[in-house]
Design a protein around this ligand. Sequence first.
Ligand code: GAL
Length: 374
Amino acid sequence: MKLKYSIIISLVCSFIYSQNNYFIPGKEWKDTEGVHINAHGGGVIFVSGTYYWYGEFKTAGPEGNTALKGVSCYTSKDLYNWHNEGIVLKVEEDPNSEITKGCILERPKVVFNKKTGKYVMWFHLELKGQGYDAARAAVAISDTPKGPFKFKKSYRPNKGIWPMDFKDEFKSASGNESNLKSWSPEWLTAIRNGMLVRRDFDKGQMSRDMTIYVDDNAKAYLIHSSEDNLTLHISELTDDYLDFTEKWRRVAPAGHNEAPAIFKKDGFYYMITSGCTGWDPNEARSFKSKSIWGPWEALGNPCVGKDAELTFHSQSTYIFPVQGKKDQFIFMADRWKPDNPIDGSYIWLPIIITNGKPVLNWFDKWNLLDFERN
Ligand code: GAL
């Protein structure tokens, strides 16, 4: 009898002990099976009482930066404890598939389309063996949030379409731009004036680091690093979220922004981005606008305190609202480990708006109750 009780007590204790009650940024984050969560460059949505976290499933060793499995999904009721739902978009064995095993598949983001009742996943795709040259946006679709997602297509957005309000005078090159020295003031001016938009006009605009944002009126946008990562593009999606409407605009031309993440509060759109230093961290930037189409006002580094100049050794990936809590947003970022990508960790921090600017403070350990107290 005694033995029975002690087994039950130890099971209850181990259950309580294994529950996560806090976010501990940058540390190992065990799923409900005790394995470090594997969902990098991810995004989170909320569906009928459950959060879904989608991300890049990385594997050990440097080749783990390429997609050898696909996109993973985890579910949670409380944001601390996540159950592994497996791979919801699988890379394909067929060497001719655009998402063949060994391609680069980054920053998957899933959104729900109310009109079609489908879950739509967008991600950054690089074709196998071509480095980061393809720079494509890719889309997959599913009937349920747990997948399986079916790959539809990948391409470069806005082929043959000028951005909104692009001046006629910039639709053709002025002088001999191709010989300008990179980063010279003349070169920067040429970039701002659309030199790379013109270069990519016929083949479509580049789409590398990206996010998807769904507005209150259900319009959705792909926000993507384009023009050799020098300029962000905001491209409106069609009503089914499977294509582009041809309405697009440039943000911060020649500003060199990657890793965009967006949220909206009190009628203002806020965007947090990073600079461009590959897997190495750099200083984050923030922007604010009254309209998704801009003008976006640059507000500088949202991080404060120790290691603020390196975004606490991480790079932004997504921002989402906590359900049922007014104005609580969580900033998600990745601390990459390119030599053994599976060890990459997650930096989740609360965002507060102070004096009209987003602010990110570091916490070694925090939970949503701390958030409420602030
Ligand atoms: C980062 C980017 C990552 C990945 C990496 C490759 O700047 O944000 O998603 O593409 O470069 O070096």
